[in-house]
Design a protein around this ligand. Sequence first.
Ligand code: ZN
Ligand code: ZN
Length: 259
Amino acid sequence: MTAFRRSIGSAARVLLGGLDWAGRAVDALAFPSYCPVCDVETGGPAFCEACRDELLGASSLACLRCAMPVGPHSDLSGGCSECRGKSLGFDAAMALGPYQGPIRHLCLGLKHERNAWMARWLGEVVAEACVDSLSDEVEAGAWVVPVPLHWRSRLRRGYNQAEALASGLARPLSLRVRHPLRRVTATPKLALIGRTERARIMKDAFRARPDPRLRGRTVILVDDILTSGATCGAAARALKKAGASRVVVVVVARAEGKP
Ligand SMILES: [Zn+2]
Ligand SMILES: [Zn+2]
């Protein structure tokens, strides 16, 4: 009996050892051990130190309302010269940095499902960069909500980078990711469309599921790039219609594009 137990024990050890090895092999496949910006070996799933510092130092002085970079002596009362007096739909916006250099490189990479692994790390870097500015939202127990894709785009692309970024952002801030939003209309690429037409197309693009827990709630709305603000604005309006009291947009990159 003892010999039998011993043999079961060693069989289990062999099996567990094998599982551990398999687990590490799967991790190695899922999380490459090189920096996604400069390809240097990191020995583990992370940006290399130099690229991490560059990403964390990428933010410039920006408008608190629309996240557009501004000069050091800009008048920011009621927003910057780009957004002042305009209804944006959201209350504040922040970005890791402008859409250029390594941030642009990473945003382009995120569009492909094969790079989904780096969205979570990038979300963590965004959280680190924005943690001080988000202290009120963290204190308020904000929901972290990704901007959803239309189901057809989600199916075509295989994943939604905003969802992966949201989970990377939420974890270090100890916040919950929730999915109250639905994209009810498939929208064309907005880059080449004028401002009025964009607003018309996006007007009813999102709906938020009725949920009493959303009433009076602060929401951190997550997307990869903020350009004209039409998409995040429409998503924020849907969240507010469902009861959210404040919506703060957090993105990886702020691209040029007047609100
Ligand atoms: Zn690097
Ligand atoms: Zn502004």
